[in-house]
Design a protein. Structure first.
Length: 89
């Protein structure tokens, strides 16, 4: 049998490629991220949605504004996925 040699092989990445099997097409997203500020006003209902934005930068600004204008009320941000409607044909 003998020596196999010292040839090294590259390990394939475990991440999926953005290319399809049939060419260079990039998959379209089926969902988009929505960032939501929630407040807990203490009425026994838990966290309630206060506002939502499309970008993380905007939602951080809204969170800062809510915390400045309503001290003593806990606020948090969450991320939700919203299904994108397919284009009408």
């Amino acid at each position: 049998m003998g020596d196999r040699g010292t040839m090294t092989t590259k390990k394939k990445s475990s991440r999926r490629s953005r290319r399809s099997r049939h060419g260079n097409a990039v998959r379209q997203r089926k969902t988009r991220d929505i960032y939501v500020v929630q407040g807990n006003y203490g009425y026994g209902h838990g966290w309630e949605d206060v506002t939502a934005e499309d970008s993380l930068k905007q939602i951080r600004e809204r969170l800062k504004e809510y915390r400045e204008n309503e001290p003593g009320i806990p606020f948090r941000t969450i991320t939700r996925r919203e299904r994108i409607a397919p284009p009408a044909s």
